[in-house]
Design a protein around this ligand. Structure first.
Ligand code: UDP
Length: 314
């Protein structure tokens, strides 16, 4: 298969590129390096089936030759990134998605859209099934990401219904693993960085808000299974293992053997209180279930941070 991965040099994109190359697919990786980085795929550039192209999918998308599959993963995805880059975030979710869908249509390729649990906003239904419409504040700070992805889902459906494009939508819940940027502001990289550096571990509010966190290898398995199948989704992909942020901070401090203490900071505006995927559909349709235990995933991620980042004591 020849696969185009937009945002291929980002956290999730780079893991997808690696898995695709590993199974013998040809990969065209597009990225504008706004939040992704060439270093994330530097180990792949020597591979004969891998091509890295600097390209902003909001400008245009051009790929010569045949394409069998498009994985549209380009977007700032961490709250501090999309708060800093609100217009870019809205553009890549809307115009970028339009271009990615246009490419899939032109090449008669299947396209899988990376949507997000953020479409559920601060949910009033818990856990969240795909049938829940969400509780999103369009004019709150997170609206730029949430609404861009909601628009992207609607546009994807429009291309399916109007142009018979073979589309799939995955709603991705919190995912973690190697290659998260230590300063991307998200809880897990923050907690690991702070613990390894012996700094206070910043827990927002009282830390009772929950997330359900999935190790990246499990996520990649689910995405590839979705890509290889025919289901249109949307399908929730995430590990239903739910944990409060305070417990997560304590766990990371424990696993790193750190002397850091928890420091409470202000809770961000519109920060969702709970989040947990209902994964019934993923189990039924993809036969998928996460396999990596949270502690094991965190241990692997911590080992990577130690290896790659100089501020990590041995
Ligand atoms: N959070 C925290 N300390 C940090 C960064 C984040 O307690 O240093 C909290 C944040 O307020 C939220 C949760 O951790 O309640 C998850 O935030 P993250 O940015 O990782 O992901 P998202 O909000 O997009 O699920």
């Amino acid at each position: 298969m020849r696969v185009v991965v937009t945002g291929g040099a980002g956290f999730l994109g780079s893991h997808l590129c690696e898995a695709l190359v590993g199974r013998g697919d040809e990969v065209v990786c597009l990225d504008n390096f706004l939040t992704g980085a060439p270093a994330n795929v530097s180990h792949l550039v020597e591979e004969p089936g891998f091509k890295l192209i600097r390209s902003d999918v909001t400008d245009f998308v051009h790929v010569g030759g045949k394409v069998d599959l498009v994985l549209h993963f380009a977007s700032p995805a961490s709250p501090i990134d999309y708060l800093k880059l609100p217009i870019e975030t809205l553009k890549v979710g809307s115009i970028g998605t339009l271009h990615a869908l246009g490419l899939a249509r032109d090449k008669s390729a299947r396209i899988v859209l990376a949507s997000t649990s953020e479409v559920y906003g601060d949910p009033h239904v818990h856990p969240q099934p795909e049938t829940y419409w969400g509780h999103v504040n369009p004019v709150g700070p997170r609206g730029v990401y949430d609404e861009a992805k909601r628009f992207a889902e609607a546009l994807t459906l429009a291309y399916r219904n109007t142009h018979a494009v073979d589309t799939g939508i995955v709603r991705i819940f919190n995912t973690f693993g190697p290659r998260m940027r230590p300063n991307d502001g998200r809880a897990i990289p923050n907690f690991i960085r702070q613990s390894l550096a012996g700094e206070p571990v910043t827990v927002a509010g009282d830390g009772s808000q929950t997330r359900s966190i999935c190790y990246v290898d499990d996520l990649v398995d689910a995405i590839l299974s979705m890509a290889d199948g025919e289901h249109q989704g949307p399908i929730n992909i995430g590990n239903p293992h739910e944990i409060s942020m305070l417990d997560l901070a304590r766990k990371v401090i424990d696993l790193t053997g750190s002397a850091s203490r928890v420091a409470h900071i202000e809770r961000p505006v519109d920060d969702p209180t709970v989040r947990q995927p209902d994964t019934t559909l993923a189990r039924q349709v993809l036969g998928w279930e996460p396999k990596v235990e949270i502690d094991e995933g965190l241990a692997r991620t911590i080992a990577w941070f130690r290896e790659v980042h100089p501020w990590s004591p041995a």
